[in-house]
Write a protein that binds this ligand. Structure first.
Ligand code: NAD
Ligand code: DAU
Length: 348
């Protein structure tokens, strides 16, 4: 079996569902269930004994040691993290705690356990760390996309904490020989994403007739990756990636934020032509230190592992909007008091 951390969050839950459907191999899922973790994301696995959920913290050494001893996973996929850039600006401490100290703890527990395995098991074991393109900083217009050798230049507390974790993963490979793999991917979107991030926030606000808050001039660029394509990339890296290597994953879909928001409005208007969703667009104060542009050069994973995204931005966005329109119960379940508090704090 494999151990997945953060598997109740957006990408982790999509990965667990995708993994079980694609491989059938059992999963132990360690998740702290922060505000971003939601067991409703995994409701379809209720009663499925291939999925074992454990509530816990990657920073809890005893808990991680115990899980490794009990389940003897052949691989670990580490999604667990604090992930929202705006929250890292309001309160960076939790990002250091989970993304840096937590990842260190997971790595160190894994190293100790892995070092005692028989040689054949040690050779087959993989520790896959899921990271972000934000570690590379911000690109000028027209500059080539981030490659695996682009120097790190993180700009937010979130991206700095992820960069620190990536360095620890690298050091555990270099110093101890732990068979690590790192993926650095671009902005994900798709079903089950918590509505604090751009695409789900805009869908949810538009459905509710609320303003669509675009930061700054709306011309910041992101490279959008459908979450299902991210899941297939992680499967490809786990199966064929070379230990010690990093792989950049992107969706070949660079878009300015305002165009993303307009596309959402267009898709919503198809179902409801009488509502002028675009009239809800409201330009608001920019995010401090806002990175201007991210873009990924995904040439390495394409050449070496034969991976390419299956969805275009248009097809992925249509599926995403349809999912949010069809899952009002899920939306109600995440629209808690805490969520409203966050929205008031951030958009007051
Ligand atoms: P998310 O915020 O939706 O989910 C994070 C999950 O981790 C939650 O279920 C949460 O409960 C869990 N968690 C947090 N702290 C934990 C801890 N200490 N111990 C155990 N579990 C903990 O995040 P996501 O968007 O699914 O991102 C998953 C991973 O992918 C993160 O490492 C993130 O940095 C990376 N990533 C995300 C994106 C994106 O666009 N969402 C892009 C690139 C990389
Ligand atoms: O690039 C990968 C990263 O993408 C991940 O590592 C992060 O975990 C993930 O949160 C995401 O970071 P971003 O900051 O790019 O994503 P976010 O959805 O917060 O914002 C996307 C863009 O939209 C960004 O330029 C800021 C802008 N934005 C965002 C929000 C929430 C707005 O204009 N208005 C908003 O209300």
């Amino acid at each position: 079996m494999i151990l997945v951390t953060g598997g109740a969050g957006f990408i982790g839950a999509n990965f667990v569902l995708d993994w079980l459907a694609a491989t059938g191999e059992p999963v132990v899922n360690l998740d702290k269930l922060t505000y971003a973790g939601n067991l409703g994301n995994l409701a379809s696995l209720s009663g499925d004994d291939r999925h074992v959920f454990v509530r816990g913290d990657i920073g809890d050494r005893d808990r991680v040691d115990g899980l490794l001893r009990e389940y003897r996973p052949r691989a670990i996929v580490n999604f667990a993290a604090e992930t929202h850039v705006d929250r890292s600006i309001h309160g960076p401490a939790a990002f250091i705690e989970t993304n840096v100290v937590g990842t260190f703890n997971l790595l160190d527990a894994t190293r100790a356990w892995w070092a005692a395995l028989a040689q054949a098991e040690r050779d087959e074991f993989r520790f896959l760390h899921v990271s972000t393109d934000e570690v590379y900083g911000s690109l000028d217009a027209g500059a080539p996309g981030f490659s695996e050798v682009t120097p790190f230049a993180p700009n937010s507390p979130y991206s700095a904490s992820k960069a620190a974790a990536d360095h620890l993963v690298r050091a555990y490979r270099h110093t101890y020989g732990l068979p690590t793999l790192t993926t650095n991917c671009s902005n994900n979107y798709g079903p089950r994403q918590f509505p604090e991030k751009l695409i789900p926030l805009m869908i949810v606000n538009a459905i509710g007739g609320k303003p669509l808050p675009v930061y700054g001039d709306g011309l910041n660029v992101r490279d959008w990756l459908y979450v299902g394509d991210h899941c297939s990339a992680i499967r490809a890296v786990l199966a064929g990636g070379v230990p010690g290597e990093t792989y950049n994953v992107g969706g070949n879909a660079e878009m300015a934020n305002i165009d993303v928001v307009r596309s959402i409005c267009e898709v919503l208007s198809e179902a409801d032509p009488d509502t002028d969703y675009a009239a809800l667009v409201t330009y608001v104060t920019d995010r401090p230190g806002h990175d201007r542009r991210y873009a990924i050069d995904a040439g390495k994973i394409r050449r070496e592992l034969g991976w390419e995204p299956a969805e275009t931005f248009a097809s992925g966005l249509r599926q995403t909007v349809r999912w949010y329109l069809g899952n009002a119960d899920w939306l109600a379940s995440v629209s808690s008091k805490d969520y409203q508090k966050w929205i008031s704090l951030q958009y007051a």
